[in-house]
Design a protein around this ligand. Structure first.
Ligand code: GRF
Length: 199
């Protein structure tokens, strides 16, 4: 079985869309693949509850627990890696995972680490993408699924979805419009990657 491990920090709506697609499209039968675990860096992430309601295995690696370490980021990443590696994942999916990962972590999962970002990369890396798109006068916004490299929000683009920016948009309205597309393209890319991987 090819294991997919999903990392979250918040609401988990992308995670839920992936889990729904896995059930609806029978990833187990078609790709011999399953969502093996959902791991959050925040114990209070609402997505953890959603995952548990689906009967999924969940875990928390709380980044705050490493604050006292000499190198908190490296220590957190080492603990996260240990948690993820328990599942020997074919794919590690960052679905609203709001931590910058160390180059060592990224290298460890080279070729099997992907992220979704709520902008049309390479425009608007980082945070507050929707407000920045509105402020820049963009007529279109969107989302990007990409491979993760050591540089934030860079890496090969695997899929993009475009939505219009309307004159009446607020960041929240635009985010919601982009989100509906995120929920379509992310599971689609994952299915394609799983289909292309040897069993
Ligand atoms: C999404 O907009 C995603 O693109 C970004 O963080 C948000 C996560 O939302 N990286 P959710 O937790 O999947 O609902």
């Amino acid at each position: 079985m090819k294991n997919v491990v999903i990392l979250i920090s918040g609401g988990g709506s992308n995670m839920a869309a992936i889990v729904r697609a896995a059930q609806r499209d029978d990833w187990a039968g078609r790709y011999q693949a399953q969502v093996a675990a959902v791991i959050s860096n925040k114990p209070e992430a609402p997505g953890l509850v959603l995952a548990q309601e689906q009967g999924l295995t969940t875990a928390v690696v709380n980044h705050q627990a490493f604050a006292h370490e000499t190198d908190p980021r490296a220590a957190f990443d080492a603990a996260l890696m240990a948690a993820v590696d328990q599942y020997q994942p074919s794919l590690v999916v960052l679905a609203g995972f709001m931590r910058i990962l160390t180059p060592g972590f990224v290298a460890h999962y080279a070729g099997r680490l992907i992220n979704i970002h709520p902008s049309l990369l390479p425009a608007f890396t980082g945070l507050h993408t929707h407000q920045r798109a509105i402020d820049a006068g963009c007529q279109f916004a969107g989302a990007t699924v990409h491979r993760v490299t050591a540089e934030l929000d860079h890496g090969e683009i695997l899929a993009q979805a475009v939505v219009p920016v309307l004159p009446t948009d607020t960041a929240g309205l635009l985010a919601a419009r982009v989100m509906t597309q995120e929920h379509l393209i992310f599971p689609r890319v994952i299915a394609q990657l799983l289909a292309s991987m040897p069993g």
